[in-house]
Design a binder for this molecule. Structure first.
Ligand SMILES: [Zn+2]
Length: 418
C-alpha cells in the first residue's frame, strides 16, 4: 500500500488530500466548486473524483442548479455508509472501541473496563474489533479502511509501538505489527495528548489556526503540538514531555528522582502534599493541633482545614485561604513562565490550557497578570491562551479525523515524518 515515491505521485496525493480536506470542511460540493476552492483544473478534479467514487469514498447525491455553467451540477459528499474507521481509546479507567464513519461521526461504541499488561491488551485488541463489527452488523473487513489506537505514554508513532505506558503497564508493545497481521488497512498508534491537541485544533478551534499547542496539567503535565495543521510528535514521539523540566532547584523530590521538576510544583498529587504540609504549618503557627485525617482543629479563632483531595485545595484557594497563597503564587509563577517560554519558543497562534488550571478562575487571573508583565515581542501573551473546550468522546473523534486524513490521503502515518 505504500505510495510510489516521485513527484507525480506526490502531487496526486496532495490533490486527493486537498479535495478530501475540502469535503471535511464544506460537507457537500460540486466538481466546479472543488476546482475553484482547491485551485485545481477541472480535468484533475474530474479524474480524482471519479477515482474516489470508484473506491467508495464519495457518493453522488442529487443534481442541483448552478448558475456558473447553466446546467445541472452533481452534488458530491463523502460517503456515510460505505466505509468506516475504528478508533480504540486505551484509557486508565476504560477501553473504548468506536466505529466512526467517514464524516467523523461515531456510529457505534463498545466500552469495557481497562486491562493491564502487554498480553491482556493484545488479547483485548484481538477481540474488540471483531466484536464491534459484529455489534454494528458489518460483515466485510474491506469496509474498515483504518484503525487508530490512542494510548497514554511514550509512543513511537512511526513504528506504531507503545514504548512505555506506566499506567497500563505496557512496554515495547508493537500494536501496529500485531494488528497488521490481521488487518490490511492504515493502522496508527497515537499518543493521547496528540489526539487531544488535534481534537482541540479541529473541533475546539474549528481548524481556524495552523499552529496551536495544548498543555494539560492534572496528575502529570503533557503537551500536544500542531504545526502547520499537523501533529508534531518529535523524534521517538517524545515532543511535549515537559513534566520533568527542573524549575525549582533543590525543591521537592520528584518520582523521577530529581528535585524541583515542574510536576512537583504544578500537578495535583504534589500540590495536595504541599497543601497538607502548609495546612499543618499554618495550624501550628496559629496554635491549633492537628487532628489526624479529619482535619486540623481550629485554634485561637483560626480555621485551617486539612484538605484530603486536590479539589478541596482548589476550593479553599478560591475562598481565599491565606495559608495556601505562597504555594499558589509559586504555581502561578511557574505556570506563567512555562506559557511565556512556549510563546517565545514556538509562537503558537493559540495556547490551549487544560486540566485543573482551567477550572480555577482565580489562578488563571493570577497567571494572566504575570504574563502581561512579560516582555513579549508581539502581542501580549495572555491574549493568546484559551481553555480546553473538547469533551472526552471528541478526543476519539479527533483521532478518527486525523486517521481519516491519512486514509483519504493514502499516506501512511510514518511518512508524515519521513
Ligand atoms: Zn521529575
Amino acid at each position: 500500500m505504500k505510495p510510489i515515491k516521485g513527484d507525480l505521485q506526490t502531487m496526486k496525493e496532495m490533490n486527493r488530500a486537498a479535495i478530501l480536506r475540502l469535503f471535511h470542511r464544506k460537507g457537500t460540493l460540486t466538481r466546479v466548486e472543488i476546482a475553484k476552492l482547491a485551485h485545481l483544473t477541472p480535468t484533475t478534479v474530474s479524474s480524482q473524483v471519479d477515482e474516489l467514487i470508484r473506491e467508495g469514498f464519495i457518493d453522488e447525491l442529487g443534481k442541483t442548479d448552478t448558475t456558473t455553467v447553466g446546467r445541472k451540477a452533481v452534488q458530491l459528499e463523502i460517503t456515510r455508509s460505505k466505509g468506516y474507521v475504528i478508533v480504540i481509546g486505551l484509557g486508565g479507567q476504560s477501553f473504548t472501541c468506536a466505529l466512526v464513519n467517514f464524516h467523523g461521526e461515531i456510529v457505534h461504541v463498545d466500552v469495557v473496563p481497562s486491562m493491564h499488561g502487554n498480553d491482556a491488551v493484545r488479547r483485548y485488541l484481538s477481540e474488540a474489533i471483531p466484536r464491534l463489527m459484529k455489534q454494528s452488523g458489518i460483515a466485510e473487513l474491506a469496509r474498515i479502511k483504518g484503525i487508530s489506537i490512542v494510548s497514554p505514554g511514550i509512543i513511537d508513532e512511526q513504528s506504531g509501538t507503545i514504548k512505555l505506558s506506566r499506567g497500563l503497564q505496557l512496554s515495547e508493545f508493537s500494536v501496529q505489527a500485531h494488528l497488521a497481521d490481521v488487518y490490511d488497512c492504515v493502522i496508527e498508534v497515537v499518543n493521547d495528548m496528540n489526539a487531544s491537541v488535534f481534537a482541540e485544533y479541529y473541533y475546539g478551534l474549528n481548524a481556524a489556526y495552523r499552529n496551536v499547542i495544548y498543555v494539560s496539567v492534572e496528575e502529570g503535565i503533557g503537551a500536544g503540538i500542531i504545526i502547520n495543521e499537523q501533529i508534531y510528535a518529535g523524534s521517538n514521539g517524545a515532543a511535549g514531555e515537559i513534566g520533568h523540566t527542573i524549575v525549582d532547584a533543590g525543591g521537592m523530590l520528584c518520582k523521577c528522582g530529581n528535585r524541583g521538576c515542574i510536576e512537583t510544583v504544578l500537578t495535583m498529587p504534589y500540590m495536595l502534599q504541599r497543601a497538607q504540609l502548609a495546612a499543618r504549618e499554618a495550624a501550628v503557627a496559629a496554635g491549633a493541633s492537628a487532628s489526624g485525617s479529619a482535619g486540623v482543629e481550629a485554634g485561637a479563632g483560626v480555621d485551617v482545614v486539612l484538605p484530603q483531595h486536590f479539589d478541596e485545595v482548589l476550593a479553599l484557594y478560591e475562598q481565599g485561604a491565606e495559608w495556601l497563597q505562597p504555594m499558589m503564587h509559586q504555581a502561578a509563577q511557574v505556570m506563567s513562565q512555562l506559557m511565556a517560554t512556549i510563546y517565545n519558543f514556538m509562537s503558537p497562534e493559540k495556547l490551549i490550557i487544560g486540566g485543573w488550571p482551567s477550572r480555577s478562575d482565580t489562578f488563571m487571573q493570577e497567571v494572566k497578570r504575570r504574563l502581561d508583565a512579560f516582555p513579549f515581542p508581539t502581542e501580549t501573551g495572555s491574549s493568546r491562551f484559551v481553555f480546553k473546550s473538547v469533551e472526552q468522546h471528541q478526543i476519539l473523534a479527533g483521532a478518527a479525523t486525523w486517521l481519516l486524513q491519512d486514509v483519504f490521503g493514502g499516506v501512511h502515518f510514518s511518512q508524515r515524518y519521513s
